[in-house]
Design a protein around this ligand. Structure first.
Ligand code: GLN
Length: 197
């Protein structure tokens, strides 16, 4: 079976594991960079991006995950995880993994309301998805290689660039696991292509 890790430094780890399992994947928490080797994909969960970034540096995850990405293995960042994936953070804050060609704006919806729920149309998923936003970032700019998957009130809230998937909201906080299934499918495609090579 596909094995997908959830970076377990801080944030909503158990919820992602549950959603990934509902989507039919094997899912495990990841606490050390060595554990990445056995995985086909990785989720970077929500939480607080500055804290997650600090812990990633401290435990040697930055280079390890960049390597994981260089091997073609898919990454899925949700909320703070999306910020961690981004090449650029608005306001001049240093980026973390710096992998996905986009500029993110932290706490962009939080200025108006701390949190809210809505139904989102997501490209590649048939029916609208229930989305929970908690002090969520938005994607202010995307590079030419980035495919916008969802927009909320004119702001980009989900996108994909090749093997990178990012969402501003928390798909793991509802029992709708279709975005996790979408990610598991990305992971499956890569691992199948590898076995055939
Ligand atoms: N506001 C958080 C940050 O900027 C993200 C919030 C979340 O992950 N729910 O890191």
């Amino acid at each position: 079976a596909l094995k997908i890790g959830v970076l377990a430094l801080q944030g909503a780890v158990a919820e992602h594991i549950r959603s990934l399992r509902s989507a039919g994947a094997e899912a495990v928490p990841v606490k050390r960079p060595e554990e990445l080797e056995a995985l086909d994909g990785l989720v970077v969960p929500g939480g607080e991006s500055t804290t997650i970034g600090k812990l990633m540096r401290k435990y040697g995850f930055i280079e390890a995950i960049r390597q994981f990405h260089a091997e073609g293995k898919p990454l899925f960042g949700t909320c703070a995880g999306l910020i961690v994936l981004a090449k650029e953070i608005e306001g001049g804050e240093e980026s973390h993994l710096g992998l996905m060609d986009m500029t993110v704006v932290r706490n962009a919806f939080g200025r108006q309301r701390e949190s809210f729920e809505t139904e989102l149309d997501i490209k590649g998923i048939d029916e609208p998805v229930r989305a929970v936003f908690i002090r969520a970032p938005l994607i202010g700019r995307v590079g030419p290689g980035v495919d916008v998957l969802s927009v909320y009130k004119d702001e980009i809230v989900a996108a994909r660039e090749g093997s990178l998937l990012a969402a501003s909201f928390h798909p793991e906080l509802t029992d709708d696991y279709r975005l996790h299934a979408y990610f598991a499918e990305m992971v499956r495609e890569v691992s199948e292509a590898k076995t055939q090579a």
